[in-house]
Ligand binder design. Structure first.
Ligand code: GLU
Length: 289
């Protein structure tokens, strides 16, 4: 088996030291295993993507000395593939349209202080639109109301039968609490997640699972901030009968205060450091490569 890793940034800001670490980590993992390294541009969110950030990704990574295979996959050019996935789930009755506004959901949760939350801290969807009758759904869609599409978590798990209980992944990096080895997926903790966003039509989870399988990624190398989402990704892989890659989550590079670096802080951007005369070698040394 040839190891294939990828670095998959979203071009909605400038890359910073945290991205440099992630990209170097992915390339290094591939190199050490005699494998291949891919770059993928995750630009489905047209409300935040900017072309100048796509170019900056290429420039910054080249400057760092990274080499990736061409052509680079750009998710925005493959929306039809993700929509076909969503359509399949619609046909199987595993997603339903949700017409709730963010405000209505927030209001519901405000009235229930102990409302359950996902491992990432977001409140679970209360399930309001799961109860709608087929007629009401049809009527609202026909009226031109634009819904989000949510996974019916209970139905999805039921469709897997006994496999739902043993769903897990192989972790060769570590989770935020040092989790390693065989990790239970436990996707029910996410509730009815959105797979089709109202604004852009598709969610990150659907696109990432489709692409990792399509590109034959054997080792998904990424930051620990996505550790919990892996449970959901494993469920989607199982629903679509896609292979399960190995996951290698790495610690996040934090600022002096221990906070995750953000694309908002331009002074930590790679392009800023480059203009300040910092060398790629010193950045690699700083990051331990
Ligand atoms: N595009 C995602 C991000 O920039 C990363 C996706 C992944 O590595 O699975 O946060």
């Amino acid at each position: 088996m040839t190891v294939i890793t990828r670095f998959a940034p979203s071009p909605n800001g400038l890359l910073h030291l945290g991205h440099a670490y992630s990209a170097l980590f992915s390339q290094d993992w591939a190199k050490r295993h005699g494998g291949r390294f891919l770059l993928r541009i995750e630009d489905i969110d047209f409300t935040r993507t900017r072309e100048e950030y796509v170019q900056a990704i290429f420039d910054d990574l080249s400057w760092l000395g990274l080499e990736w295979e061409e052509p680079v996959r750009r998710q925005s050019r493959h929306m039809d593939e993700y929509h076909r996935r969503l359509e399949e789930l619609k046909k199987r009755g595993l997603v339903y349209p949700c017409f709730c506004s963010r405000k209505a959901i927030a209001e519901h949760i405000r009235r229930h202080p102990d409302w359950p939350r996902t491992p990432e801290g977001a409140p679970l969807y209360p399930g309001t639109c799961r109860q709608l009758s087929p007629e009401e759904r049809q009527e609202r869609l026909a009226r031109g109301e634009r819904p989000a599409w949510r996974l019916d978590m209970k139905k999805a798990l039921a469709s897997l039968g006994a496999r739902a209980k043993t769903l897990s992944w192989q972790e060769e990096g570590s989770g935020p609490h040092g989790e390693r080895g065989r990790i239970p997926a436990d996707p029910a903790r996410f509730g009815d997640v959105i797979l089709g966003r109202r604004d852009i039509g598709i969610s990150y989870h659907l696109a990432v699972v489709h692409d990792d399988a399509l590109q034959g990624i054997t080792h998904v190398t990424r930051g620990q901030d996505l550790f919990h989402a892996t449970g959901l990704h494993r469920l989607l892989q199982e629903l679509f009968a896609l292979p399960a890659p190995v996951y290698v989550h790495h610690p996040l590079i934090t600022d002096e205060g221990g906070r995750k670096l953000s694309k908002r802080f331009r002074d930590r951007a790679l392009s800023f450091l480059r203009k300040e005369g910092v060398s790629p070698q010193s950045i690699k040394r700083l990051l331990g490569f």
